[in-house]
Ligand binder design. Structure first.
Ligand code: IPE
Ligand code: IPE
Ligand code: MG
Ligand code: MG
Length: 289
């Protein structure tokens, strides 16, 4: 089974399980809208790639962890798009969840997806109880406070923020969790995989900042120019476009250099290089060529 199929199958199974029990239909529809069709699925792909690079033994455990990380990411986007945060109408090329279902269901769909992510993760205990405890610690830390997504979003409510702390928490932490969870799923020590995930997450957010300035909305499936309009700290405003691009290249090179020794190290390096290419806005890629 290829990686994309593994991710979509697992997410689909998780959401279908919740729908088998009767609940408010609008909430179920809003949750499904937040998860399908997906975006780049970059965090679960990272998780599975690390597990494969480490010599995966129990794909079921990897897939469960990968899906729970993607559910947390989807929840963070639902809340991030709300009028009280980024007030975004379009996500993944269609109406954001609150535009399609209203604000109340969007808040609740985000909440329910977070809970569902941990319920999903808990199922690892049925197959591999010894992997559940490290998994819960790693993933919980990456979405809460002081180091995770919630803390990252809360930095926006402060008058003084460090760009690096903000980006590391809002984006880097979940990438680090994805790579560490992949190692745990494969029965490896997660510690050597933390740095790689952190660097990739920071690179990904710098790339997102560049795309917000230099890409077309059709390319991204979401509005552009929002960071400047909202006054969000971002790499382009802080460094200028040229230096931001240089920083992105540096972070990618650094990430590739941090891949721990393992059977799939060369494969990981190639994947990261290809992903970095995909992220460059068409306009800038043409200019560089
Ligand atoms: C968007 O994440 C938010 C950021 C952290 C930049 P993605 O770019 O991974 O969003 P999807 O899942 O592909 O839509
Ligand atoms: C969102 O960052 C990060 C989250 C934790 C949700 P952005 O606000 O830059 O992401 P987009 O541009 O809305 O996708
Ligand atoms: Mg935001
Ligand atoms: Mg946003």
């Amino acid at each position: 089974l290829d990686v994309t199929k593994r991710i979509e199958n697992e997410l689909s199974a998780v959401l279908t399980r919740t729908e088998l029990h009767s609940g408010p239909p609008g909430l179920a529809a809003a949750m499904r809208h937040a998860v399908f069709p997906g975006g780049a699925r970059v965090r679960p792909r990272l998780c599975i790639s690390v597990a494969l690079a480490c010599g995966e033994e129990e794909p079921g455990v990897t897939d469960t962890a990968a899906a729970s990380i993607e559910l947390l990411h989807c929840a963070s986007l639902v809340h991030d798009d709300l009028p009280c945060f980024d007030n975004a109408d379009i996500r993944r090329g269609r109406a954001s969840v609150h535009r399609a279902f209203g604000e109340r269901l969007a808040v609740l769909a985000g909440d329910a997806l977070i809970v569902l992510a941990f319920q999903t993760l808990a199922r690892i205990g049925e197959r591999a109880p010894h992997r559940l405890v490290p998994m819960l610690g790693i993933i919980g830390r990456s979405v809460g406070t002081p180091f995770g997504v919630v803390a990252g979003q809360a930095w926006e409510c402060e008058s003084r923020i460090s760009l690096a702390d903000y980006q590391r928490a809002k984006t880097g932490a979940l990438f680090a969790a994805a790579s560490m969870a992949g190692a745990v799923a494969a029965g490896r020590d997660p510690a050597p995989w933390q740095k790689l995930g952190e660097l990739l997450g920071e690179a990904y957010q710098v790339a997102d900042d560049i795309r917000d300035v230099a890409a077309e909305p059709e390319e991204l499936g979401k509005a552009v120019g929002k960071d400047a309009a909202l006054g969000r700290p971002n790499a382009v405003a802080q460094l200028g476009m040229q230096v931001a691009i240089g920083r992105l290249d540096f972070l990618i090179a650094e990430a590739i250099a941090q891949i721990p020794p393992c059977a799939g190290a060369a494969m990981m390096g190639a994947l990261i290089g290809a992903e970095a290419k995909r992220l460059m806005p068409k306009k800038l890629a043409r200019r560089a060529a």
